[in-house]
Design a protein around this ligand. Structure first.
Ligand code: PLP
Length: 375
């Protein structure tokens, strides 16, 4: 199998899975229980928190586990508008955010909030100037993703948040870093972010765990009501195996971020070079993009047809965001793609374990698709 869809999800490495088997079968206590099995489970949760927080560059007490990146994003948006409820009802975000940010914003619009959705400019970038022009007296939140999940575009989060905080320190800044965590070096503090969302299954942990960094001093409404877990902000018995897997996967990846970045950049460059030798391929090689994602169009061939053609060779890529089930999310259009290009778009997303052979197999698959499939 040649898996090139790591922006959708990632495999769990065998040592992480083995360690989780032990957690499931032997260290299964409730972290709130007062006997050794419970204390052991609590220690696993706190170990996981320390590792993920360490990799993110924050203190463990500022990291709160959730069930996924979507929950972290939803929570961040609701937390920010709650904190700013006496100040205003205006939100700034970008039109290219993941639906986990866009949908809660749309919901807030129905409740009377005004949302400014900034689209990329001609160069394919959202700029700090655009955000500066959109800022208002009643702005309570600026939410901007670190890396776009469909084309790898890096957004200027640090510049934007720094400018926002200079303008008005009370405005809450949220960064959806789901596609950036453990891939692109960053820290909440250097981004000037009050809230940062990350997700476990994008970084080789089990599915069903995410986290939200909450800067000290940001007052956050609990997302659930119940007991005291996660400082009372996200109550519910902690999923020890999921959290432990997040810690174990993070521990491994945090050791060599730069090395993997280099390796993945080489793979991406090699793929681009080979695609350039083909006719009818549009390559969205956005300046400064994360090397982990490349979006292309095989002009004249619908994405789903090519996907299914490739899957017969056990080569897996996607047509866009996995969450939109192949339907266009509208993001590529915003980045300037024409309808025919969107219909034939393919997202290729790497991990450092991918090889030149994987790239060659994909390119051969695309070449054969051009020969064998109906235009
Ligand atoms: N944000 C971005 C940028 C994503 O790519 C994704 C998932 O693809 C999410 C949020 C949602 O994360 P999760 O699948 O953990 O809910």
């Amino acid at each position: 199998m040649i898996y090139l869809d790591h922006a959708a999800t990632t495999p769990v490495p065998r040592p992480v899975a083995d360690a989780m088997y032990q957690v499931l079968t032997e260290q299964f206590g409730n972290p709130s229980s007062q006997y050794p099995l419970g204390r052991e489970a609590k220690a696993l949760v706190e170990e996981g928190r320390a590792v993920v927080a360490g990799a993110l560059g924050c203190r463990p007490e500022n990291l709160h586990f959730t069930s996924c990146g979507t929950e972290s994003d939803n929570w961040a948006i609701s937390a920010a508008v709650w904190q700013g409820r006496h100040t205003g009802r205006h939100i700034i975000t970008t039109a290219v955010e993941h639906s986990a940010v866009l949908e809660p914003c749309k919901l807030l619009q129905q409740q009377g909030y005004e949302v400014t959705y900034l689209a990329p400019d001609k160069t394919g970038h959202v700029t700090a100037e655009q955000v500066a022009q959109a800022l208002r007296e009643d702005t309570v939140l600026v939410s901007m993703m670190l890396v776009n999940n469909e084309n790898g575009c890096r957004l200027p989060v640090e510049n934007v948040f720094r400018m926002v905080k200079r303008n008005d320190p009370e405005i809450i800044t949220h960064c959806d870093a789901v596609q950036g965590f453990l891939k692109i070096p960053f820290k909440p503090r250097t981004l000037c972010a009050d809230l940062v969302s990350v997700s476990g299954h994008k970084v080789h942990a089990l599915k069903g765990v995410g986290a939200l960094y909450i800067r000290h001093g940001v007052r956050v409404k609990p997302i659930l009501c119940g007991s005291e877990q996660e400082r009372g902000l996200r109550p519910g018995t902690e999923s020890v195996p999921l959290i432990a897997s997040f810690g174990a996967a993070t521990e491994k990846l945090s050791l060599n971020i730069e090395e993997r970045l280099e390796r993945v950049s080489q793979l991406r460059s090699s793929l681009i070079a080979q695609l350039r030798e083909m006719d009818g391929v549009i390559i969205r090689d956005i300046e400064g993009a994360s090397p982990y994602v490349l979006n292309i169009s095989l002009l004249g061939y619908r994405s789903e047809i090519v996907l299914h053609y490739l899957e017969q060779r056990e080569v897996y890529v996607s047509s866009g965001s996995a969450c939109s089930r192949g339907a266009s999310s509208g993001v590529l259009e915003l980045f300037g793609a024409k309808p025919a290009e969107v219909d034939s778009a393919l997202r290729i997303s790497f991990c450092a374990e991918n090889t030149e052979e994987d790239i060659a197999a994909l390119v051969q698959g695309l070449r054969d698709a051009q020969k064998e499939l109906m235009h």
